[in-house]
Design a protein around this ligand. Structure first.
Ligand SMILES: *Cc1c(COP(=O)(O)O)cnc(C)c1O
Length: 352
């Protein structure tokens, strides 16, 4: 019955998904579609990762381990002695954090324009979402942000930021943490494409969470695996609030193997950096400086929908940024894909 649906889910809105490549291929009669809308790694996972996933699938009649020790050991091998929680994608981690600390009516702070899921998950928990607009160059003013955090339960800061691509300097994050005792969730989904290492901050602050995902540089978007560095005092509460068995055994096994594949990470990062530079010099529109595996392009006087529709005509899917609150409708976000995808995109955008 419709009247039983909560008002926040009664109208429009919700997560914006990329267009289906199959649908576009059928509509336009193009066999290969350049998929540059979701910031995925265009390269499939390494063979060792696939084998680990297959081996886990053979035992899928059993529930996953309650506390996957080998995976936790792999995380510590990769990063050092920190407390971690894992989730069904970083989205799952974000949901667990919000569920753990937010009561209905509490304030949750976000820095806009940014990734939509923080607001969606906070709304699901009955929070009031406070949007703090970024500066004209999309940097974050730490004083303004910290001011909005006063009395809030948790704040989300994405760095490198989706969709703008820029990263916050460590000093900015430090200033925010020094100025507030609100929990800060630093979303590092794209940090492996940047030169910044925020991990040392975990030693200095017990109000900081750093979110990571295997969906981007690790090539595992389809498996849904995310994790976070958390302050040790918070870990047991998060574990209690989290959905039991939220991370499936295949994802756990593949993630564990992927953490050992430093070569895959390095190759991808090199590919992305090379193309990022080429994009900046070859795209005939202003391209914002990026620390991620995508760039934000100012296509004015075109709007985002028009530019992306015209690229779709040529079998190129990019993300129109019209739906991002706090962003004027004049941008598209384009992921760095395989060589042929990037070449096709450069040819396409030059014709706009
Ligand atoms: C892709 C993305 C995520 C989500 O990652 P999953 O692990 O796939 O849920 C989180 N934050 C940002 C900013 C992202 O772009």
């Amino acid at each position: 019955m419709r009247r039983s649906v909560r008002s926040c889910y009664d109208g429009e809105g919700g997560y914006v998904f990329a267009e289906s490549p199959d649908a576009i291929a059928r509509k336009k009669g193009i066999s290969q579609i350049a998929r540059l809308a979701s910031n995925e790694n265009p390269f499939p996972p390494p063979e060792t990762v696939i084998e680990a996933g297959v081996a886990a699938l053979r035992q899928a009649n059993r529930y996953p381990e309650a506390s996957p020790e080998r995976l936790m050991a792999a995380l510590r091998r990769c990063h050092g002695e920190y407390s971690f929680i894992i989730g069904n994608g970083m989205d799952g981690v974000i949901e667990t954090v919000i569920r753990t600390v937010v009561d209905p009516g509490d304030r949750v702070v976000i820095s806009t324009p940014t990734f939509s899921f923080y607001g969606l998950a906070a709304t699901a928990q009955g929070a009031r979402v406070v949007q703090v607009p970024r500066e004209a160059d999309f940097s974050v003013d730490p004083g303004r942000f910290a001011e909005a955090c006063r009395g809030a339960k948790v704040a989300f800061l994405c760095s490198p930021n989706n969709p703008t691509g820029n990263a916050c300097p460590i000093e900015t994050v430090r200033e925010i943490l020094d100025a507030t005792d609100c929990l800060l969730f630093l979303d590092n989904a794209y940090v492996e494409f940047s030169d910044i290492d925020y991990r040392p901050l975990m030693r200095d602050y017990d109000t900081l969470i750093e979110g990571r995902t295997m969906s981007k540089i690790y090539s595992l978007a389809g498996l849904r695996f995310g994790y976070a560095f958390v302050p040790p005092w918070l870990a047991p509460h998060l574990n209690r609030a989290g959905t039991p068995f939220a991370v499936n055994a295949v994802a756990c096994a593949a993630a564990e193997a992927a953490l050992g594949e430093a070569g895959h990470i390095e190759r991808t990062a090199t590919h992305v950096r090379r193309w990022r530079e080429r994009f900046v010099s070859a795209i005939p529109f202003p391209v914002l400086p990026s620390d991620a595996n995508f760039v934000l392009i100012d296509v004015a006087p075109l709007g985002g929908d028009e530019a992306s529709a015209r690229l779709a005509e040529q079998g190129i899917i990019v993300r129109s940024c019209r739906s991002f609150p706090g962003l004027e409708d004049r941008y598209i976000r384009v992921s760095i894909g395989e060589d042929w995808e990037n070449e096709r995109f450069l040819a396409g955008i030059t014709q706009l």
